[in-house]
Ligand binder design. Sequence first.
Ligand code: TYM
Length: 339
Amino acid sequence: MTVVSGIQPTGKPHLGNYLGAIRNYVKLQDEAHANGGKCFIFLADLHAISMPHVPAELHASTLEMVATLVACGLDPDKSVLFNQAQVPAHAELQWLLMGTARMGWLNRMTQWKDKAGKNREGQSVALFGYPVLQAADVLLYQATHVPVGEDQKQHLELARDIAQKFNNDFASEEAPVFTLPEPYIPEEAARIMSLRDGSRKMSKSEPSDMSRINLTDTAEDMAGKIRKAKTDPEPLPSDLAGLEGRPEAANLVGIYAALAGTSQQAVLDQFGGLGFGTFKPAMADLVVSVLGPIRDRFVELKDDREALDAILARGAAQAREASRRTLDSAYAALGLVRG
Ligand code: TYM
């Protein structure tokens, strides 16, 4: 079992990142550790330059994200925690895979279509080639399990397509260069929506801070955002069918179920027939009880830049070592001789 996943260090990590991905990084880290497997979690700082960004802020936000991940339970003694920029193999393998990825495949990526909008011609080449770097990220370590939210599923399917085509074109069946990775997507909370608009994903890049619960928010902020979350005037239904056509209500019930470790139906058994005036305070208590301790640990860790830099340096050394063999095989398979 080899677990690999990444998170962009731009913007603040939020409840969607936590429930969709980070919580599973920790779960799979512990499973891998118990079973002699490996776990690699990285800050995708190379991906972050595909959109306009502020260079002077990138390192600080990378360190903040490391502090957040450790606060959520990632353990640098169990996982290799690093940033891509310190492991050149990621950028190298991306280039090697550029010969295998097809324009048509990348053109179909919904994230590319969403981010580029009507102005494709004006986008960076990095934004278009982004999923190829993501494929390199996981293929470098022979990932088997890739914990991600629903929005990254298509990118993982592309990584499998690239791996398969590369193996077919350049390797023998007995000795493939790459392992095909499997996405690991939570059943509940695969896609947490904005608190202001139930049709939009909760996102780091959404301008309104009221749309998301940041892992670094104070308890008062979290409760305030839940109190002001958009809802409808009806009470909660008593079964799942009653949530249809009510995206905001469905989102809040989904969040509650995921945080309580129960099903949405169980939440409706408890709250069906009651209004949001009753549900929201209960939800705020639950959110604060789960995220409050994470925030407290984050506050303890975040200013010790030396310690955070040391975590990344150690992880990068381990990642450079772990990625060497696959990178060498990819060069060799393509007939590239490096002396
Ligand atoms: P990023 O930084 O946007 O998000 C990090 C993780 O959080 C998940 N996520 C969500 N899950 C549920 N509901 C939401 N509203 C929500 N928003 C985000 C994402 O699915 C992701 O798992 N391209 C990736 C980073 C990346 C990567 C990789 C991931 C780079 N290389 C290799 C996996 C493997 C990204 O931008 O994630």
